[in-house]
Design a protein around this ligand. Structure first.
Ligand code: GCO
Length: 446
């Protein structure tokens, strides 16, 4: 019997869409139907992906998408958040892959037929390899290429989309992909991270102009991930280090979008670490958005560091953690939303990703994941507390529908509310899915 979710009334209204999220490279497979992405290339690098896997098949969503959207509908969700694979839509020669575009149009029609709202992310990290060969996000031209791709897609999807996100987590694309090198394309160096970040934010600004032209009535914005940083001690140096971590990893993305400027630390950066900002860039990047997407998983503690700007610590022993080793701390989500509410003239906020990886096991045809059930309940109620305090949160999405390709972790980490047997591609709803179904079905009846 599924555990009964006790969710605050504020999330119970049917004016508050509750959805579930995925992304193209993580679930689609269908590699033969598209151009290579930087993640296809990255997966071939020895040691880049922990289990040596790739996204060639993934969850075979490209052929099982009808079953998957039936799942979304049968679980009682109001909305489905997915991303479009740029290399599946635009060929290296620049022409449109009509079959690739047709896949997404069929998916969107399938959602409409099932009464599901479509939340479409236009970039979830799978940059076409042919653009990386010309510099990728270190090349300002890539932002213009993105705008052209968005023009094709937003025209083809006319009337089928309820909400667009230009980018998902530019921090991960820029910092993990071009500075730390632990994500595709695997570049390493402080001289790359913020340059890539600027061209990503520029791509967001250019894409918003296209969406305002092609989809003026569709809610459009950007999805940013946030890790709240807490000082490891009351020492002034640790407090300073925590603020620096926030400025470099969180504020570096939300401040240009909502306030039209980079954090003050820009002036203190060595020249080679600074972005190349052209006249008018920040005005374009900070053009009004209809919502801010917030992805939240965990918080981190930070202490001073003599060799770098700051040192992010693993969770202290005894703290509850997910299978990713991320601390489970719902109040940090509430406090993050309150801080954003204090720091910015916030547009409506959507929680576009929230969830956890568990060491899920399929036993006698069932997957019991009580920790994930508790996690979802506690985080949704943390959102409700922030709403009580005045934060305008307008949607909540669980990450993720299916166990899927978890980037550098490959298939070793299971974030889904639905278990995927990768040998058979069988889907099995976990107890968390059944608990959500019970709550979502009940809330539709009130
Ligand atoms: C992200 C990405 C997802 C991840 C999820 C778990 O937020 O990092 O949007 O693709 O799979 O967050 O790490």
């Amino acid at each position: 019997m599924a555990k009964t979710l006790k969710i605050d009334q504020r999330l119970n209204s049917d004016f508050f869409p509750v959805g579930v999220a995925t992304s193209s490279f993580q679930i689609e497979g269908g590699r033969e139907g598209r151009e290579a992405s930087i993640w296809d290339t990255f997966c071939t690098k020895p040691g880049a992906v922990k289990d040596g896997s790739d996204g060639a098949i993934a969850c075979d969503h490209i052929s099982k998408w009808r079953e998957d959207v039936d799942l979304v509908a049968s679980l009682g969700f109001d909305a489905y958040r997915f991303s479009v694979s740029w290399p599946r839509v635009i060929k290296a020669c620049g022409s449109v892959n009509q079959d690739g575009l047709a896949f997404y149009v069929a998916l969107l029609n399938g959602l409409k037929e099932r009464g599901l709202k479509a939340y479409v992310t236009l970039y979830h990290w799978d940059l076409p390899e042919y653009l990386e060969e010309q510099g990728g996000w270190l090349n300002r031209q890539t932002a213009s290429e993105f705008a052209e791709y968005v023009d094709v897609v937003s025209k083809a999807f006319s009337g089928l989309v309820d909400c667009y996100a230009t980018l998902n987590e530019p921090f991960c694309s820029a910092y993990l992909g071009y500075e730390l090198g632990v994500h595709a394309p695997g570049k390493v160096g402080k001289q790359y991270g913020k340059k890539a970040a600027h061209n990503l934010l520029l791509a967001h600004g250019m894409a918003m102009q296209v969406l305002r032209r092609n989809a003026p009535d569709v809610t459009s914005g950007i999805v940013l991930n946030f890790t709240p940083y807490y000082a490891a001690s009351l020492s002034e140096n640790d407090q300073t280090a925590a603020k620096l971590a926030h400025d470099h990893h969180n504020d570096w993305y939300v401040r240009p979008v909502l306030a039209g400027c980079y954090p003050d630390i820009l002036a203190s950066l060595p020249e080679e670490e600074r972005p190349e900002v052209h006249e008018g860039d920040l005005a374009l990047i900070s053009a009004p958005i209809d919502y801010l997407g917030v992805n939240y998983y965990t918080r981190s503690f930070v202490k001073e560091c003599s060799q770098d700007y700051f040192d992010i610590l693993p969770p202290a022993k005894g703290k509850p953690v997910s299978a990713m080793g991320w601390e489970i701390f719902p109040n940090a989500l509430r406090d993050l939303l309150l801080q954003l509410h204090r720091d910015y003239d916030l547009p409506p906020v959507q929680i576009t990703e929230n969830g956890m990886a568990c060491d899920d096991a399929l036993i006698n045809g069932e997957v019991d994941d009580p920790v994930r059930v508790q996690y979802l309940q506690d985080h949704m109620n943390a959102v409700a507390e922030a709403m009580e305090a005045g934060v305008n949160v307008t949607a909540y999405f669980v990450w993720s529908l299916l166990d899927n390709f978890e980037w550098a972790e490959g298939y070793l980490k299971r974030f889904g509310i639905v278990y995927v047997d990768y040998d058979t591609q069988q889907r099995v709803p976990k107890q968390s899915a059944l608990a959500l179904k019970q709550w979502l079905t009940r809330r539709k009846c009130v």
